[in-house]
Write a protein that binds this ligand. Sequence first.
Ligand code: SF4
Ligand code: SF4
Length: 202
Amino acid sequence: MKRVTILAKVDPNICTGCKICEKVCPVYAVKVSDRKSQVSEPDCRGCANCADRCPVHAITMVKRAEPFTVGVDVSRFDPGEIKELCAKAHFNPEQVLCYCVSVRAEEVAAAILEGCDTPDKISSRTGIRTGCSIECIQPILRLLAAAGIPLKPDLNGWQWYGQTVTAWTLPQEVKNKYGSRGFYFEEDKALLEQIAAIDPAQ
Ligand code: SF4
Ligand code: SF4
């Protein structure tokens, strides 16, 4: 759950309309029209990506008059379905995927079960990826893929890096090549599976 207390505010007298802010917003809350950037107040999750990257410092983060919380109430979902989806993606449901705003795997799984089918929708719903915006894209893509949702680059927005290899998809030739050079691929995989394993008593 993320408490959204701040909001991006654009100074139109400084904005040059370069659209960098539009491209870095993880939830599509910024749009440039007539060469001026505009922020949708209800959609902004206060991550400050746009303010950090605006080359002319046209954006400042201001306090919201009415802060709000974003997050999915996991208790509304079938725990079996949540566990199944997390297991398919090799995550423990309680595993924290986003350290900036403490979103767990079960929350992302719940958002997907609720109908979120892109990273921006998941970010908007859960608050994930509205911190550093870098680390948690991979877990999101893994959970979407595990749910059978096709992953397509969105060239208008959310910075497509594609999926990186995981301990489960590493090609055998890579393992053969580097296995004797101080890498412990199978041991790493076994450890990750131990973390992902669900206690049968739960
Ligand atoms: S990054 Fe800055 S200058 Fe560029 S469109 Fe956004 S607010 Fe305007
Ligand atoms: S969510 Fe982040 S990048 Fe998007 S408008 Fe708000 S502060 Fe800027």
